[in-house]
Design a protein around this ligand. Sequence first.
Ligand code: GLN
Length: 299
Amino acid sequence: MKKVLLVVLFLLALGLVAGCSREDETPAIIADEVIADETEDYTPEDTVEEEAEEAEEIAVTPEVERRTIIMGTSADFPPFEFIADGGQGRHGRYSGLDVAIAVRIAEALDADLVIHDAAFEGLIVDLQGGSIDFIAAAMTIRPDRMESVNFSIPYFAAVQYMVVMIDDYSIESAEDLNGLYVAVQGGTTGYFFVSDELDANVLPYIRASEAFAALLGGRVDAVVIDSAVAQRFVNANPDALRIVRDNEAFGDENYGIAVRFGEYDLLDTINEVIAAMHASGELAELYYYYTEGPGAPQD
Ligand code: GLN
């Protein structure tokens, strides 16, 4: 009986010690100071033992370094994410509305933002695998995706547009795509609509720009893609392309930022950032900046 009591006491004591050390860990600055002192105190006379101690302290550094937060995106979707000309975007190499929102999220978390540019279709798997922390990629909130990720509150409303050659008047509605060749970006709402709802030959491309290249190259009859992106590519090729709308057929969509299940703190921060940017008018201003303002990609 005594033994059992001793074991219980021992476990309790362990718990207390563990509890204390956990509390002590928090402020990054304390550990930073420890490392700074150690470095200052270093003299060549230090014993091997002292050096070993130092090595241990220094090994702590990665934990106290400034936090990074990794945004997953597919940077081929102007005005939401694109590679800025010559890396001269407002935030470096990558630019666009989603990047600007991600910068605000990083600020709110006091973290450095890292951008992981990959195929749109693989982003949810990347998120689940932990190589990214959130997806900001003009991603439509869909019930099937909600089985794999949590979405933020919506931050942008969209619809699918058809883009066709300027002199092609055979396509006036979504149904007119039946029997034709249609380019889309793989794994997108445009892809799901054309392959599930229509009887068309769907050609999924990894990058949105490749779908437009297929249209301009005469390899397909139309591209089905998000409205703002369609508008952007048509503006860039005003003599070659035109937009065909059939909003009733395609239906409304809303973009959200995706996080892993259980990441409630991150999701709360993201929602607060979106709500604040919406309320202050910053979202609307940024949209203008990246579509018609100085932040629009140069053709
Ligand atoms: N909004 C579309 C979707 O979520 C396309 C997004 C994209 O291609 N970046 O499927």
